[in-house]
Ligand binder design. Structure first.
Ligand code: ZN
Length: 262
């Protein structure tokens, strides 16, 4: 994937973490604007009974909740460095689990939007503490214009997101299978223009990845500029030749960084 501008650098942590105000954490280096918006929206919809998650939503939320609330391994006399690595590993598992369920194709659009926002916020842990093992696995570039920033992920800022996310995902995960029928609120579709290549990733086996560049089915163009539209059910790619295709095989995690961060 090409280097992408992530947008938000000055997300306001207070809105996201009501009830838990991290006063000294440098959240400025995390892209939390989408997360703030989606989490707030989800909380309001759930509280008002306007969103009753599907079983797939709750299952995905429970899996992410387990990562969010994971205890750090007990270590006696561990070095500060080891403890920091444990915390980063926990944050990395949150990102990977969110992406896994985002791409599994089972969750409803509001859950997909929320998972994508979680993944964006935890992007600095994509390759930290451990990079993806397979050579062809997706690799995301650091924030454009901020070289080196992701060399050391902001562990404090990542940890500061956990309490409010645990509360939210507990709400999402707690839907009873004997409760009323699911009710899925609409999500706002988004559209962006993107110049560059899209890589379609496959995972034929555990730890094995394949990657292929997407091309227009009509003219074969690969570099765009693409008109990308997404409603968290489907992604469509518009080519300059006029063809719009949904038959590109891209997963949400291949367009999630294009999400407008407003
Ligand atoms: Zn074309």
């Amino acid at each position: 994937m090409q280097p992408l501008r992530l947008g938000d650098t000055g997300g306001k942590p207070g809105a996201m973490t009501s009830g838990h105000e991290p006063s000294e954490t440098p959240l400025g280096s995390l892209a939390t604007r989408a997360l703030t918006r989606e989490a707030q929206r989800a909380r309001q919809l759930l509280a008002a009974g306007k969103w009753r998650p599907t079983t797939a939503d709750s299952t995905a939320a429970a899996a992410v909740l387990a990562r969010l609330a994971a205890q750090l391994p007990p270590r006696r006399d561990a070095a500060t460095r080891t403890l920091a690595t444990d915390r980063d590993r926990r944050l990395q598992r949150i990102l990977r689990t969110a992406l896994h369920h985002l791409d599994a194709g089972a969750v409803s659009p509001p859950t997909a939007a929320l998972l994508a926002a979680v993944a964006r916020a935890f992007l600095p842990w994509h390759a930290a503490p451990a990079p993806p093992v397979a050579a062809a696995a997706p690799r995301y570039e650091p924030l454009a214009g901020r070289p080196g920033e992701l060399a050391v992920p902001p562990t404090e800022a990542g940890d500061a997101l956990l309490p409010s996310l645990i509360a939210l995902f507990a709400m999402l995960a707690s839907r009873s299978s004997t409760g009323p029928d699911p009710l899925t609120p609409p999500v706002e579709p988004w559209q962006v223009r993107y110049v560059g290549h899209f890589r379609r990733y496959g995972r034929p086996a555990l730890g094995v990845w394949t990657a292929e560049t997407v091309s227009c089915p009509a003219c074969g163009r690969k570099a765009g500029p693409w008109t990308v539209a997404c409603d968290w059910r489907q992604i469509s790619l518009g080519c300059p030749c006029g063809v719009v295709t949904q038959d590109h095989g891209l997963a949400f995690s291949e367009v999630w960084l294009l999400l407008p961060d407003t």
